[in-house]
Design a protein around this ligand. Structure first.
Ligand code: F3S
Length: 79
């Protein structure tokens, strides 16, 4: 399984991630992205078809703000 969160400090609101993975990423009023499933905490397992979308989104983010790990994130600095 994979885990993900968005580094909101580096996201430039380009909008690619939500277009690529609409079940995983949404935006706030300013267009800054966050992970939908667990309010950007990076602690919810992502598996199945969503992993493909996740990797596409990770690779498509121009600022590498989509963080992906094999273990749950423990830091809440970006939440
Ligand atoms: Fe931001 Fe990257 Fe998504 S810049 S809007 S996290 S594709």
């Amino acid at each position: 399984a994979k885990y993900t969160l968005v580094d909101k400090d580096t996201c430039i609101a380009c909008g690619a991630c939500g277009a690529t993975a609409p079940d995983l990423f949404d935006y706030d009023d300013e267009g800054i992205a966050h992970a939908i499933l667990d309010d950007n905490q990076g602690i919810t397992e992502i598996d199945g078809d969503l992993v493909d979308d996740l990797i596409d989104a990770e690779e498509g983010c121009p600022t590498e703000s989509i963080k992906v790990a094999d273990q749950p994130f423990h830091s809440h600095v970006n939440a």
